[in-house]
Ligand binder design. Sequence first.
Ligand SMILES: [Zn+2]
Ligand SMILES: [Zn+2]
Length: 951
Amino acid sequence: MAPNFRIDFGSYIPSTQTVKERCTSLKAWELPKQESALAPDYVWTNKDMDPVPPEDQTWTLWTWMAYWATDTINLGTWETASSIIAVGLTWREAIPIMIVGTFCVAVPMVLNGAIGAALHVPFSVIVRSGFGYYFAYFCIISRSILAMFWLGIQGANGAKAMQLMISSIWPSFNNIKDTIGMETQGISTEGMISYFLFWLIQLPLLLIPPTKLRWLFIVKLVAAPITAIATLGWCVHKAGGSGALFNQPVKVHGSEYAYLWLSCMSAVTGSWATLACNIPDFSRYARSSKGQYIQLPFLPIIFTICGVLGIVTTSATQLLWDKEPLWNPLDIIAHWQAYGHSGRAAAFFAATAWYIAQVGTNITANSISAANDLTVLFPRWVNIYRGCIIAAVVGGWVIVPWKILSSATTFLAFMGGYSVFLAPMAGIIASDYWLIKRRQIDVPALYDPYGRYRYFYGINWQAMVAFLFAVGPNLPGLAYSINPVGTHISQGTKNLYTFDWLFGFVVSIFLYTTLHKIFPARESLIEKTIDGVEASMGRKAEAGNASPPLESGDDDEKHVHAHRKQSESYGYANVDPIHRARDVQRQHDTNMPLPKEQQAAVKQGEGHDATAPVQTIPVPQEPGPGQILVKINWTGLCASDKSLLHDEWAPFGVSMRPEAKGIAGHEGAGEVVAVHADVEGLWKLGDRAGVKWVVSVCRECEFCTNGSDELQCAQQLNSGFTAAGTFQEYVLTDGRYATRLPEGVRDEEAGPIMCGGVTAYTACKRSAVKPGQWIVMIGAGGGLGHFGVQYAKAMGMRIIAVDGGAEKRKLCTDLGAEQYIDFAETKDIPGKVMEVTKYGAHGVIVFAAAPQGYQIAPSLLRPGGTVVSVGLPSDPSVVAGAPPILLALKRINIVGSVTGTLKDVEEALDFTARDLVHPILTKGSLGDVDKFCKMMIEGKLPGRAVLRVAG
Ligand SMILES: [Zn+2]
Ligand SMILES: [Zn+2]
């Protein structure tokens, strides 16, 4: 065990150079941004926030049992059980109360634990799926405060174990003079020394990475039960029986009895309320998704056993010392010190065991949770390791926990009652995953503020409404429990509060699912999980610095395998990425035969009602002369695809030709699976290839041979228009005009660059704006515009972005625009541009299809400037141009731009390979074509849409 720790901590000790830098610059504290990060480039994530890679998925069934055993055996459980007796119920009630109470919380524990086990991401990331990207922060912040608070309080409680340990060795410690002042400061000198030592020794233990915790579990599992049973044995033996407390009759009756029963049950449930939310912080390390189900029976059993030990021991103590029962086992141990050397030795070991128990619980229930939250709140600066240190300092010292324990009773009551807020969180997370999303989650989108889980400005109003209505009715009860004297509430409200947790959990589930039934948030639904581990491993592999790790081969691993086989036959993609990655490899190695059938989104019907449902069609087995067969992993969905599918250009005589077979799509990226002998010199199996709008040209006409105008070739074929497009798993395309995808560009990014990216890039080139000169982009925050801003920035231009709204402002400035003009707010846009540029901009690109952009564009230019026309208004009367006098006197250029040549595409891809340009993606699957087209029409589709096709 020791060498393990040395390795782990060794890597955290910074070098002298690093220490020097960190003393002088804040930037030196920045955490490295993950190569494999799933988040878009403008969002910072770190390793601990990303899905757990397969090599760190170390938790097995045994780890789970040890986890719960260590989590449950602590002073709190012992006292919770005894307090049931203290309020007037008997052990006959206490046992079913403990079983039912823990079972109530074991259910959400398993439901939410399954999410972590399947997706390998923490609570603070999962919560975005139901609450929305920004509303999730409410949950994350409140949970992190709670976790740090309990970390401190448990420490202050546990300091008594330390005090016993010291005084067992040096009995005079008990008589040390109090120079701090128990009365005023809430702690004595003796208490402070004990607390400080408790905290100090706990600190390195809190820093054990979650993947290595099993060692601590083992120590606690041996020490704690022995001590508990020894304490029990000693008390019962000494007292000659279990005492009158054990045999006392029930003191309350009727409805009072029923509500007392319920409130005791809620106290048991509430003590695990935080974990019911954030259990994914642990289950994310699980190797298989099944191990965590052991919690369901195990938690009630182990809690009840520990509780019964507490009750029996407490009952026996009543006979021993002045008829006053001792609720805290440490008080019993303290009495042992009177029995000479052997008594003190026993007291020392027992106190040490409770110390370990207390620290173990602090790690599992509080420290790691707080650290995970801080990681997500400050990803640039905090990882789990640093988060544990911050939580230990804030919880241990900043909140002054000993003072809260001694004097702040109302605050304690409030924090104790916080399960009122946690119950609906657990309910919404569970129902969102199991009932609404039906276990299909787009993991990369969880990291994207503009992604699928954005809802309304980052807030899912359905979660908000469900949350408020589940919390509201319990608030009077909470107020009453905090201040019973000054608060007057009805008996009914008091009674409701006795089962606050259950109420909040059930009501939130009911409301959240009902609201979704009535107002389905379709854009947040997905047919097939987009797996985060797989995606980040894919990115790593593409970056060329990792190979898929091999399995370690134990029992757990086998059933993962079986489970995966079964699930894949149902078409789930979210199962066990380790094997998936190896399968892809195998396909390369053994050159597996092509499948006979494939999925494709095929156009049905005409006009605006046309759809593109997924159908099974044959796979072309042999490439024709000059052709290659490309397996499409991702394809972009361009606005032109929508126009062709909906026959929007039919009035201009442009409709999808029969050769396209109803299959649209012209932003494909994937790998070559078959090559015609003609082009064997160009392509090998497994090469990565991209398919564009222009799929082939004649290579003979004037335009094809002048070196720059091949896009004007009259013989050209177009993907999804005159040739079957990329909305199918296997596409035949011209090997001489397909694009080779460079290393470092992921398929899902390469797709949208094939049309959207290269269009924006070519427009930047056509503007002829040089580095350091001004360019205005109208519609800069849109699907094309956001590409344009990045290319222009990378090309050294100074950008003035024009678009509407604060959200677009943030996007444009984040991507590199120097100025932002909100057309909704700024009346005089030319005036504003002149103010910034003095004589006007050197170029203007009109990305927006709205006529207004073309009206103002010429007036934004300085003499000799250029307007680039890209956005195409559907109104044929709109003209790009300027009054001749302006055009002549200012020598203005008006140029057009459409997609880009083979060479342009290569250049555009290179910007992404060099990490300068990245599309903002809204991801979906092949079945999402209709949904995304609808969102596009409604203007609700952020960034570029990409669909996962094969792979
Ligand atoms: Zn396009
Ligand atoms: Zn040609």
